[in-house]
Design a binder for this molecule. Structure first.
Ligand SMILES: [Zn+2]
Length: 509
C-alpha cells in the first residue's frame, strides 16, 4: 500500500460556476451530480481529489435583479448562492471547495491574472461598439432584442462605443488549434472537438476583457474605471480557487485541471478563451474538457414559461437523493442530447432500485440470516470471473467519463446475481445440500460487496448501507486493487440484516 501512496495521483475536477441570476434547477444538478460521481470514483481508486464548484456573481444582470428584489447586489448574491449550496447538500455532492466570485480570494486572484496578462502583452486598449440600453445600463446583444427594442424598457438601444481592453486571442489561435487537433488538450465527446476545430476555420475575433459601463464587477488593477468582463472573471475561478499567485502550494499541487465539465452551450469559452488565457499566463492547459448535451423533460424543452424548470429539491423530496442521482444519470448516454423521462421516474425507481438493487440486497441478507444465523458461511470463487469482467467495464466507463455506462455495468452485475439465485435456488439447496448452499450464499454476499463499492460514486448512501451490513463500511484505507480483489469477505464474520434500501413507490403501480 505504501507503494500506492507514493504514486498517488491527483484529480482536479470542476463544474462551471453557476450564475446566481438563476435558482438551481435540474440542469445544474445534472452537471454537478455527474462531476460528483467522477470525483467520488477517483477517491475510490485512491486519487487525491479536488472537486470544485461555486457561483458566478458579477455583472449588470445581477445588479438589476438585486435592484428589483430591493437588495444590495451582495445581499442578493448571498441569498442565491446559499440556495446552490443547499441544493448540493441535499444531493450529497461531495465538493471539496465552493468558490464565489465575490470572495476576496477570487478578487485577489483575478487581479493577479489580469496584471500578468497585461504584463505579458496579451491585453491591449481598444474600442468596443455595441447596442446600449440606458435603462438597463448595459450593452444588449442582438439576440436579446425584441423587434429591435430592449425587452424590458421597450426602447431602441443606442449604438455607442466605449473604451475597453481586449485580449489578443488571434495570437494564440494557431498554437491552440494544433494542440486541440493533436489531443494535447482533449475535448470530449469527439463531435464537440470537431465543432471546436470548425470554429478555427471560421476565424475568431479578439474579445473584451473589461467593460466600462458595468459597475458590479472586479475593477481592473491597472484601470479602476473598468471592471473585468464576466467571462474573464468567471473562468478565472479555476485558478483563483488554488489561490492563484506565485508560490501557491495548491496551484503547484493541483494545476492543471484534469477535467472541466460543463453543458455544451459554454464550451466555446472553455475550449478557446480559457486555454488562450492560460497560454498567455504561461500556465499548463487543462487536460480534458468534457461538454455534455442538453436535455428535454418528457419531450419538452425546459423553460421558465413552460413551468418545467424543475427544482432538484422537489425531486429529492419525492425519490431521495440516491435515486435522483441514479435516475438522472441513467436516462441517456452522457455527452449527447437526450430526454429526461420524468414521468417514468417512479416506474424506473421501482424496477431498478426497489426490485433491482433493493430486492437483491434484502434477499441475500435475509438468506444469510435464515440459513446461517447471519454468519458468512464459507468461501468460494464461484462468481469471481464475472465480477472481474464487470469491474473492467465499469472502470473503462469511468475513465472515459461515461457515467451512464458505469451504471450499465452495475445493472449487469445485478442481473448476473439475480440469475445466479434463479439457477441455484438456495431455498431448495437448504433442504438438500448445505455445503453448496454455503458457497452459493458466499458468492452472493461477495457480489454485494463489489456491487456496493461500484455504487459508491453513484449512490453513496445506499452503498454505505450495504457495506455496513457486510461490516465493510470503512474502505478508505484500502487500495482499489485490494478492494476489487475477490474474497474480501471472510468466513465466520457477521453480517447484519438489511434495512429496506428503496421502499417501493405505490404511486407507480
Ligand atoms: Zn433596457
Amino acid at each position: 500500500m505504501a507503494l500506492n501512496d507514493d504514486i498517488m495521483a491527483k484529480f482536479y475536477i470542476t463544474t462551471p460556476i453557476y450564475y446566481v441570476n438563476d435558482k438551481p434547477h435540474i440542469g445544474h444538478a445534472y452537471t454537478t451530480i455527474a462531476a460528483d460521481v467522477l470525483a467520488r470514483y477517483h477517491r475510490l481508486i485512491g486519487d487525491e481529489v479536488l472537486f470544485l464548484t461555486g457561483t458566478d456573481e458579477h455583472g449588470s444582470k445581477i445588479a438589476e435583479s438585486a435592484k428589483k428584489a430591493e437588495m444590495t447586489p451582495q445581499e442578493f448574491c448571498d441569498q442565491t448562492s446559499a440556495k446552490f449550496s443547499l441544493a448540493w447538500d441535499e444531493l450529497d455532492i461531495s465538493n471539496d471547495d465552493f468558490i464565489r466570485t465575490t470572495e476576496q480570494r477570487h478578487i485577489t486572484g483575478v487581479k493577479n491574472i489580469l496584471n500578468k496578462l497585461k504584463e505579458s502583452g496579451a491585453i491591449y486598449e481598444g474600442e468596443y461598439k455595441g447596442l446600449y440600453c440606458v435603462g438597463c445600463e448595459r450593452f444588449l446583444t442582438e439576440k436579446e432584442l425584441i423587434d429591435g427594442k430592449c425587452p424590458i424598457h421597450k426602447t431602441e438601444p443606442q449604438q455607442i462605443s466605449e473604451k475597453n481592453y481586449f485580449f489578443n486571442l488571434k495570437k494564440f489561435l494557431p498554437r491552440l488549434e494544433k494542440m486541440i487537433d493533436q489531443n494535447e488538450i482533449k475535448i470530449l465527446p469527439d463531435n464537440r472537438r470537431k465543432e471546436v476545430l470548425g470554429l478555427f476555420k471560421q476565424g475568431m475575433d479578439d474579445f473584451s476583457v473589461s467593460r466600462e459601463s458595468v459597475k458590479w464587477g472586479i475593477p481592473l488593477p491597472f484601470d479602476e474605471n473598468q471592471v473585468a468582463y464576466v467571462w474573464v472573471d468567471a473562468l478565472s475561478n479555476y485558478l483563483t480557487a488554488l489561490d492563484y499567485s506565485e508560490g501557491s502550494e495548491k496551484l503547484k499541487k493541483f494545476w492543471p485541471a484534469d477535467l472541466h465539465l460543463m453543458a455544451k452551450d459554454i464550451l466555446k469559452f472553455h475550449a478557446l478563451y480559457w486555454p488562450a488565457m492560460l497560454m498567455a499566463l504561461g500556465e499548463e492547459l487543462p487536460k480534458t474538457i468534457f461538454a455534455h448535451g442538453f436535455f428535454m423533460i418528457d419531450g419538452e424543452k425546459m423553460s421558465k414559461s413552460l413551468g418545467n424548470f424543475i427544482d432538484p429539491h422537489d425531486l429529492v423530496a419525492e425519490f431521495g437523493s440516491d435515486a435522483v442521482r441514479y435516475l438522472l444519470l441513467s436516462q441517456f448516454p452522457f455527452g449527447v442530447d437526450g430526454d429526461v423521462k420524468l414521468g417514468n421516474f417512479a416506474i424506473q425507481y421501482n424496477s431498478d432500485l426497489a426490485n433491482g438493487i433493493g430486492n437483491l440486497t434484502s434477499r441475500v441478507l435475509a438468506m444469510v440470516e435464515k440459513y446461517f444465523n447471519g454468519v458468512v458461511p464459507a468461501e468460494d470463487g464461484g462468481l469471481s470471473g464475472e465480477v472481474g469482467d464487470i469491474w473492467s467495464d465499469y472502470q473503462k466507463a469511468m475513465a472515459e467519463f461515461r457515467v451512464d455506462l458505469a451504471i450499465e455495468a452495475i445493472r449487469k452485475l445485478i442481473s448476473i446475481a439475480d440469475g445466479y439465485v434463479d439457477v441455484n435456488k438456495p431455498w431448495e439447496l437448504a433442504k438438500s445440500d448445505q455445503e453448496k448452499l454455503a458457497k452459493v450464499i458466499y458468492n452472493l454476499l461477495e457480489v454485494l460487496r463489489h456491487l456496493a463499492l461500484m455504487l459508491y460514486p453513484v449512490m453513496p448512501e445506499c452503498s454505505q448501507k450495504i457495506l455496513s451490513a457486510l461490516g465493510k463500511s470503512d474502505f478508505t484505507s484500502l487500495t482499489i486493487e485490494e478492494l476489487k480483489k475477490w474474497g474480501g469477505l471472510v468466513a465466520g464474520s457477521s453480517v447484519a440484516k438489511s434495512e429496506q434500501l428503496f421502499p417501493r413507490l405505490v404511486k407507480a403501480e
